[in-house]
Design a protein around this ligand. Structure first.
Ligand SMILES: [Zn+2]
Length: 199
């Protein structure tokens, strides 16, 4: 399955592949949090694991860009653990069997974890790159997005320094969200008159 690592841009796909190898269902993210922590520290970057398990990695601006607004790349490390009924797979122990199928990257009988492995991989690629000119960058890897958003919810005010947050959890290719992953439930009540549906 190493062919995923050969996809372009390779600097993104290699991190995506690595993430598929780390079991990371929501609320069981200890391994991937440790992985992200080591990733940041091995790059020599300021790395913080907060009190709930969000990982923040800071990369200073390149020379001459220090006065620019800081960008935050947000992704979430957990994934939805779903499998086909006939598939034997332990999401807390087994790596995802991801592979390239024609134009698609998919997984054998399980969810792939592209949500949000791709967002995390993109941020990791920026953190690792030594050929980009950029403002101050922070990567914010939140945990438990899929089952309560307790990572984002418990993020302490002030822990993030940047000015512009780009949420890398968009569901549509080519679209970027400006703002935070989140959801709001709204209950609306209204009066209405019933009419017959047209035949
Ligand atoms: Zn997501």
């Amino acid at each position: 399955m190493s062919e995923i690592k050969n996809l372009n841009p390779q600097r993104v796909w290699k991190h995506f592949y690595s993430l598929t190898q780390i079991p990371r269902p929501s609320k069981k993210e200890a391994k991937v949090i440790e992985y992200m922590k080591n990733f940041g520290e091995n790059l020599g970057l300021e790395t913080i694991v907060d009190h709930v398990g969000n990982v923040i990695i800071r990369k200073p601006a390149t020379p001459g860009m220090e006065d620019r607004m800081g960008i935050i790349f947000q992704g979430h490390v957990d994934m939805v653990p779903q499998k086909n009924s006939d598939k034997v797979h332990d999401f807390e122990k087994d790596p995802i069997n991801a592979y390239v199928d024609g134009d698609w990257v998919t997984a054998d009988g399980t969810t792939l974890g592209a949500d949000n492995g791709m967002g995390c991989a993109a941020a990791m690629a920026v953190l690792e790159a030594d050929d980009l000119v950029h403002c101050p960058v922070e990567a914010l890897f939140t945990m438990d997005e899929e089952t309560g958003m307790t990572g984002a919810e418990n993020l302490k005010p002030g822990i993030i320094k940047g000015d512009i947050l780009m949420n890398l959890d968009s569901e549509d290719e080519g679209e970027l969200y400006v703002g935070c992953a989140g959801g709001v439930d709204v209950n609306v009540s209204m009066k209405y008159d019933m009419v017959d549906a047209p035949a």
